[in-house]
Design a protein around this ligand. Structure first.
Ligand code: HEM
Length: 538
């Protein structure tokens, strides 16, 4: 299970060919028996019935019958590439993660995706894009499972099935929202106004990227870094593309979805094949790890909030280069399994309630999607670090474990005792105080501010970008059948900005409502209020 048996970049690693592909010169059964005919079934005479004893026929058809696995419940449509990440060493003071040290090179596999479409859907739809990176570090796998939009629709993972049900095709006709009725999506995001910020980013040009190579990536949540002395820092992760951030215009996106639905997938593969390797810098915004976990009045545990880069600049800590296409889509892009819980020493999670739910969800869904608990043994998911996990058996177990005592500690097999200093591993509880509290389902009051940051985003837009946003809201809301939903959406827009609301209302032929301020609009902190109209647009 170590690097000697598999490397994602494949052939040059000396991996025996028969392990990764079809080998031998003769056509065989799955058991290696030579075949002389794979075109004609075994029959009782040339015009007679087919015989059940034709094992080759049954094996071939049975395997074909089981070729499909369930697509991902979200992010089903994706494209991926291999590459390498090189640490700058700039994060050495705040994290002991070895792969971030200066000059260390780590193989990576990155999967880009849309969220809502099925596996066969078009690339250029208006949607959020996934940006999931697997770092095969010497200390174990680290996954940074982010999106191209820095905020999320909901603040609590308990709402995740609801927001996805609202965004997926209507259950009666199975017609995707992007093409027909939009009522459920807009019903949800107007009844849950914490979705306003993410929705506004979706309606901006960020919702229709020009290329995967020209998108930012965001870890969204706040993470906790731990340095060699045990000191902690809160951070938000950012990927900055060397090619800059670029978008399609809506007409291009629509035409491309018809003419070349594989546009983004093709663009990524073609660029890499031509040697135009896309690059991203990884950066962090850093915040003191205080008891409140707030920064300039912004709640760092609220995934619907950003921290403007004027208040906390993004410090580059490494460079990623994608330099090889997958050689088999199913084995790599489809079977890769990312998880926000895949952490290495020096990187830890925070109590963001959305992140906490994700920690449960990914492993759970992958057990169903990839057929049991052993998908970590699939070549694309294998760590490059030695494994001694005491996990045994289960569906699709391919390891042949030796020894008699698969438990720890034990006195029979050597037992892999903890070594002195082993407390420097991953998943140590960083000594963060959890305040004594009674059990509640309430969120913090700061989670009630749903509009100050959408307003900031709108005010930062250029006139052309505002035109695009108005056109996007008008087009998408124009597809709703229920007038009540459109009217509710206009109330939400009035709470962002009266001008935005008036323009969309005019486009829909409806009166523009006053701002209702429900739920209450919390005034932004003084630091946020001081930011003018030119906050970060790439
Ligand atoms: C898949 C990002 C929230 C459940 C993914 C993928 C990405 C992603 C990039 C695709 C992974 C791939 O390419 O294989 C995010 C981000 C979130 C978020 C950035 C919020 C900030 C959630 C939440 C849940 C969830 C709250 C559930 C509670 C899932 C599931 C998959 C998935 C079940 C499919 C995984 C698989 O089958 O391999 N997410 N997600 N996500 N996400 Fe999330």
């Amino acid at each position: 299970r170590g690097p000697e048996t598999y490397s994602p970049t494949g052939q040059e690693t000396g991996i025996p060919q028969e392990k990764v592909a079809q080998g031998g010169e003769r056509l065989t059964t799955a058991q290696g028996a030579r075949l002389y005919d794979t075109d004609h079934s075994l029959k009782a005479g040339p015009r007679g019935p087919v015989l059940i004893q034709d094992h080759h026929l049954r094996e071939k058809i049975t395997h074909f019958d089981h070729e499909r696995i369930p697509e991902r419940v979200v992010h089903a449509r994706g494209a991926a590439a291999h590459g390498v990440f090189r640490g700058y060493g700039a994060a050495a003071g705040i994290t002991k993660a070895a792969f971030l040290a200066e000059g260390v090179e780590t193989p990576v596999f990155v999967r880009f995706s849309t969220v809502l479409g099925s596996r066969g859907s078009a690339d250029t739809v208006r949607d959020t894009r996934g940006v999931a990176t697997k770092f095969y570090t010497g200390e174990g796998v680290f996954d940074l499972v982010g999106n191209n939009i820095p905020v999320f629709f909901i603040q609590d993972a308990l709402k995740f099935p609801d927001v996805i049900h609202a965004g997926k095709p209507h259950p009666d006709r199975e017609i995707p929202q992007a093409q027909s009725a939009h009522d459920t999506f807009w019903d949800f995001v107007t009844l849950h106004t914490e979705a306003t910020h993410h929705t506004l980013w979706n309606m901006s040009d960020r919702g229709i990227p020009r290329s995967y190579r020209m998108m930012e990536g965001f870890g969204v949540h706040t993470f906790r870094l731990v340095n060699a002395e045990g000191a902690t820092t809160l951070v938000k992760f950012h990927w900055k593309p060397k090619l800059g951030v670029h978008s399609l215009v809506w007409e291009e996106a629509q035409i491309t979805a018809g003419v070349d639905p594989d546009f983004h997938r093709r663009d990524l593969a073609d660029a890499i094949e031509a040697g135009a390797f896309p690059q991203w810098e990884l950066g962090v915004q850093t915040f003191p790890d205080t008891e409140e976990q707030m920064f300039e009045g912004i709640d760092l545990l609220d995934p619907t909030k950003i921290v403007p880069e004027e208040l906390a600049p993004v410090r580059p800590i490494g460079l990623m280069t994608l330099n090889a296409n997958p050689s088999n889509y199913f084995a790599e892009t489809e079977q890769v399994a990312f998880h926000v819980g895949h952490l290495v020493p020096g990187i830890d999670v925070t109590d963001d309630p959305l992140l906490q739910g994700r920690l449960f969800s990914y492993l759970d869904t992958q057990i169903s999607r990839l057929g049991g608990p052993n998908f970590g043994q699939l070549p694309i998911n294998r760590t490059h670090a030695p494994v001694n996990d005491m996990l045994r058996d289960g569906m699709h177990q391919t390891a042949v474990h030796t020894g008699v005592a698969p438990y720890h500690p034990n006195s029979l097999d050597g037992g892999c005792p903890f070594l002195a200093g082993e407390e420097t591993g991953a998943y140590i509880e960083v000594p963060v105080e959890v305040p004594a509290a009674r059990k509640v389902r309430d969120a913090a009051a700061s989670f009630d501010d749903h509009f100050s940051q959408p307003r900031l985003f709108w005010l930062s837009m250029s006139p052309t970008e505002r035109e695009h946003i108005v056109a996007a809201y008008t087009f998408e809301l124009g597809k709703c059948w229920e007038t009540a939903i459109k009217e509710r959406a206009l109330k939400v827009l009035a709470n962002i900005d009266p001008d935005l609301c008036a323009h969309v209302a005019a486009g829909l032929g409806l009166p523009a409502p006053e701002a209702s301020l429900v739920p209450a609009v919390v005034e932004p902190s003084p630091a946020l209020s001081q930011l003018g109209g030119d906050w970060p647009v790439e």
